[in-house]
Write a protein that binds this ligand. Structure first.
Ligand SMILES: Cc1cc2nc3c(=O)[nH]c(=O)nc-3n(C[C@H](O)[C@H](O)[C@H](O)COP(=O)(O)OP(=O)(O)OC[C@H]3O[C@@H](n4cnc5c(N)ncnc54)[C@H](O)[C@@H]3O)c2cc1C
Length: 407
């Protein structure tokens, strides 16, 4: 029985979507992720890079996570599909899964406006990004509080100033923006000045091919190397008022909703990453012979594999439960008035899955012995990918502190 068989109650449609995405993860993402991991950050985004192929093939598949048509599914179906699809992508390659997920973010926000012009300008087929962190405001930028004295408001690195029917954006976002170097569109979370100084942040949808937008150098880093990252600079870039999708007075609610969906997405992605490491270790342990028998027959190895299996199953169970609750209680998906997702549970899932993926990948590497350290085997890469996730979209410590405020 495989970990997928436990989902015995999937509908025919859900099963076929899962199988389709698994095939994409296995045949497209795995080989591409491993190849891109060995390239320089410049080569990852070069015109002949396999990265473009991954985005194109994913787009052609027509399966979307954040930007799925809510009318096509009940919220419960949408929640389950989001978890299943995202786990398969994380299983294929964590860095590419983040690149594909972040890409849908502007389209998802455009959909919440129900404004046909905005929706047409920010379709899911364009590569998007979530630009929130700044050189001087990493953890600060994830603060959900409405306190106007918080540091990200006092000295922002990026400001959108109102000028008649436009916002004029100046400044920059951090080198950590996923897809920052390749995106056509951005969901830009930044300080807003409506003529009376900066007293809040808002969210604007921005065409990154417009005048006044430039990119930084592609970032070299330890893990998730297939995920292109880099700064985005704004020099008086003009954006129509209609593209301010979350105004400052709604920002505290907007950032909380964002953290609810981003943490649920991270939770599912790194269940997949952990499952990949577990499966590779299990297969290796059934083949590698030491002491006259396969190493799985040694009790210490067998025990380790059970612990890995148990942790993956626990992380998945938490993720499914949290995403179900938060999808059903999402005001943009037809939730009854007064209901709202629970960010502390979403954060619990992100922290659990990312810590699990790191622990399971580390145990997997141990089971591979010396081979685990070698570039010839995929485990050292998965360990590096998992390590990055504990900082990605908010460090686990800072997220935990925000969640603890709600206990
Ligand atoms: C793989 C990856 C993908 C990412 N993708 C994106 C993206 O798509 N878009 C984007 O905008 N950003 C993205 N980021 C940036 C990410 O959100 C930040 O790196 C993260 O929020 C931490 O910010 P920082 O790196 O500036 O660290 P800092 O905020 O400088 O934190 C440094 C250390 O201090 C601790 N610390 C900071 N503040 C506090 C506090 N108040 N209390 C206790 N401890 C604290 C932190 O836990 C950490 O250990 C990504 C990062 C990574 C690694």
């Amino acid at each position: 029985m495989t970990p997928q068989d436990i989902d015995f109650d999937l509908s025919e449609e859900e099963r076929s979507i899962r199988d389709l995405v698994h095939k994409f993860a296995e045949q497209v993402m795995r080989p591409a992720g491993q190849a891109l991991d060995r390239r320089s950050a410049e080569e990852v985004i070069a015109h002949d890079s396999i990265l473009w192929d991954v985005h194109k093939k994913w787009n052609d598949l027509g399966v979307h996570m954040f930007a799925a048509d809510p009318a096509a599914f009940t919220p419960a179906q949408l929640a389950r599909l989001t978890c299943i699809v995202t786990e398969e992508l994380g299983w294929g390659d964590a860095g590419l899964a983040i690149s594909l997920g972040a890409s849908e973010f502007p389209a998802m926000l455009a959909g919440t406006t129900q404004n046909p012009e905005v929706m047409a300008a920010f379709p899911v087929s364009k590569i998007g990004c979530w630009a929130i962190t700044e050189p001087d405001h990493g953890s600060d930028s994830l603060d959900m509080g409405a306190d106007t004295k918080r540091p990200a408001l006092q000295k922002p690195n990026c400001v959108a100033r109102r000028d008649g029917d436009f916002y004029v954006i100046s400044g920059q976002k951090a080198a950590w923006v996923s897809n920052g170097t390749i995106a056509d569109t951005a969901a830009l979370y930044c300080a807003v000045d409506n003529g009376d100084g900066v007293n809040g942040w808002g969210v604007l949808l921005v065409d990154l091919n417009a005048r006044g937008v430039t990119r930084g150098r592609p970032l070299e880093k330890l893990g998730q190397r297939a995920l292109p990252q880099g700064e985005v600079f704004f020099d008086d870039a003009r954006v129509p008022l209609t593209q301010l999708v979350i105004p400052p007075e709604m920002y505290p609610m907007g950032i909380e909703l964002t953290l609810c969906s981003a943490n649920g997405f991270m939770g599912a992605t790194f269940v997949g990453c952990a499952r990949a490491a577990y499966e590779m270790a299990l297969e290796y342990a059934k083949q590698r012979v030491q002491g006259g028998k396969t190493i799985i027959e040694h009790q210490a190895v067998k025990m380790k594999l059970f612990e890995m299996f148990r942790k993956v199953e626990a992380a998945r169970a938490l993720n499914r439960r949290v995403v179900l609750y938060n999808t059903i209680h999402n005001p943009f998906l037809g939730a009854p008035e007064g209901s709202f997702p629970a960010v502390q549970f979403a954060i619990a899932s992100k922290v659990t899955s990312t810590q699990t993926s790191f622990d399971v990948a580390s145990d997997a590497l141990q089971i591979f012995g010396g081979n685990g350290l070698s570039y010839e085997y995929p485990i050292e890469k998965i360990l590096r990918d998992a390590r990055a996730s504990m900082i990605e979209d908010g460090t686990n410590e800072v997220l935990a502190l925000h969640a603890a405020e709600r206990l």
